[in-house]
Structures are given as structure tokens and as C-alpha cells.
Design a protein around this ligand. Sequence first.
Ligand code: GMT
Length: 376
Amino acid sequence: MRIGIVCYPTFGGSGVLATELGKALADKGHQVHFITYQQPVRLNEFNANIFYHEVRVPTYPLFDYPPYETALASTMVDVIINNQLDLLHVHYAIPHASAAYMAKQILLKSGKSIPVITTLHGTDITLVGRDKTYAPVVTFSINESDAITAVSDNLREETYKSFKIEKEIEVIHNFVDVSRFSKKGIDAFRRVIAPNGEKILMHASNFRKIKRIEDIVRIFANVVKVVPSKLLFVGDGPERPMAEGLSRELGICDHIRFVGKQEQMEEILAIADLFLLTSEYESFGLAALEAMAAGVPVISSNAGGLPEINIHGQTGYLGAVGDVAGMSKHAIDLLSNDEKLRIFKDQAREQANRFDIHHIVPQYEALYNRFLFTQG
Ligand code: GMT
């Protein structure tokens, strides 16, 4: 199959998932064409089946806001025609689904019908998409997609609640390549972070408000009082200065390291003992799944789709959003009991296996096949 994938090229979960999907499809012999404004961060290896088409957005003095969506739709048309694509799979509705609709209409004029599959990822529905500035276009373009998928049961329900969707939304959960995350931690790296054998807690995200970074700092402040430990913050974003300020104020900054945006998450997760994800909302929580694949238990909020992956009392613990005391208690309990921690690590890895790439990618292929078949 010749598949076009449209996504955000950044460290965000939707871009990571779309890139990993494209790489997996290419490994299975499909020809995959990424259409984005920048090389996706996880597209870091050569594969003869992968093509990358950059969307250029020429500027002009008249444009206070260069029309990215128009440039994207035109690039889609060009790539579809010149590479005889069989279908277009867009990740994150805004503005990818509406640009795909435009490209589809343009191609229909010349007799080419291209199936469009839209995968909803989270904030395109629960935050940005709901905004009335975008909602009519989001609703229309989702409904015009040939197939709609959501990354969790929760996101499917949220989408039906927020928009008038006339079609079936299929759930295809996010996935992880468990084998890639099954690494042994590098001792030298562990010693740099935790020179006296302290436990290592970790959080990775885009540091937006929705992640409730303050809760993470406060949980760690409670943990470090009882358990010798270190906290590793991976990623970057608007809440980082607040987190740095708060950790200084609480007198724990010597125990916290901010390592910025990182591509080799498997190396970093391999030295962690506990992953924290306290978000106000997560449609799925791909970062938590990657942690589990590395055998790292997760203490998370019970928001959105997180209970679909993190099993309370088994792979970690769930707490109500903002329940810093409860999450701290669970973290201390787990980190103070090495045998229990070992069992939770095994159970986390076992749970991640349910979302392994080998189970989930065939679900996308089956979906693609269905649409190719109906298009004749
Ligand atoms: O987490 C983010 O803020 C980034 C965002 C994105 O769109 O890149 O992540 C969303 O999609 C991920 C992949 O499907 C999910 O794992 C995240 O839970 C989801 N984020 C939210 O719902 C806030």
C-alpha cells in the first residue's frame, strides 16, 4: 500500500505515534509518505520505504498569518498525484482533517478518489477543537472523513459528547514497541543521576498547564523527605520555569534535574523506578505506556483514558486529579518496598505488552484494507 501520513512533527504524543506507525508500516513493506512542515523527531533512521515531503509555507507581506492549511492541502494533492497514494491518514484533527477534505475535493474533480482516515488524539477534541473558533470546521471535517479513529474509549466518548458526529468512531489504542523499550539501564548514567543509589522518579511531557507540573514537584517534595530519591524532568514547555522556581522554594532543587527534550526515551526510562503523570486530562497517556514498556510503574491521575492503561494497585496507582497527598502516599509506599516495586515493574511491562506494536499496527492495516476494498 502507498500511505500518506500527516502529523505534527514535534515531540507531542500524536506526532510520536504517527511516526512510529509510519515506521512500522514501512518495515512491513508499505510505502509511507510523511507530509509535515518539519522532519518528525522520531523519524531518525533510514528506511527505503519512507519518504518525507516538507510543507513549505511561502510568506508574503500581506500575510500576518501565512495560510498553512492551504499549503498543506496543496502539498497533499501534489504528493497523492505524484506518488499514486492509496490513502491518507491524518493525525490530529486541526487543521489536518480539514486540509485533507480540501485535498480530497480537489482530486475528485479529476476523477481520483482518495480515502481519508482521521485519528483523533486528545486536545484536538477536548481542548482546542471545542473552542467555538474551530468547532464548526472540526465537526464538519471529522464527519467528512471516510473513517474516524480515537486512541481510547474515553476519547471516543468525549468526541461524541462534544461534537455532532454522525459516523462510527473506532477505537484503536496507541501502541508501543515493547522490545525497543526493554533495555537494561546504563549503570554509568544511573550513577550520574543517583550517585548514592537513590530511587529515580521521572516525568516526561510538553510541560503545558494541562500536565499539572506543580503537582509533580509537590509529590516529589513529599517523597524525598522519606525516600532517598531524585526526580528527572524530561521535555520542555511553558511550565518549566514555574517548576524550577517551586523546586528552589521548596529546597529540593538539588534533587531535581531538567534534561530537556530527548529522543532516546528508552535509554532514559531504563534507569527510572517510577513515572509520574498527574495531568488534568490525557486521552491516553502515551508517555505512561512507554514507561510501562520499560518496566516502570506509573502513578497517575485517573483522568481521561489513563485508567485504560494504568491499572490501580497493579501497574502503579491512580489518584483523583490534584490529590497530591494520595499520590505521594502511594509513591512512598511503592518506593519503600523493593519486593513490591519489583512486582509492579513486571506487571507494568506485562500490561504494556497488551499494547505492543505487533497487536495494534495490524488493526490499522485492517482498517486501511477495508477502505481500499470499498473504494474498488
Ligand atoms: O500530551 C500532549 O499534550 C500532546 C498531545 C498531542 O496531541 O501530541 O498528546 C495527545 O495525544 C497522545 C497520543 O495519542 C496521547 O497519548 C495524549 O494523552 C494526548 N494528550 C492529551 O489528551 C492532553
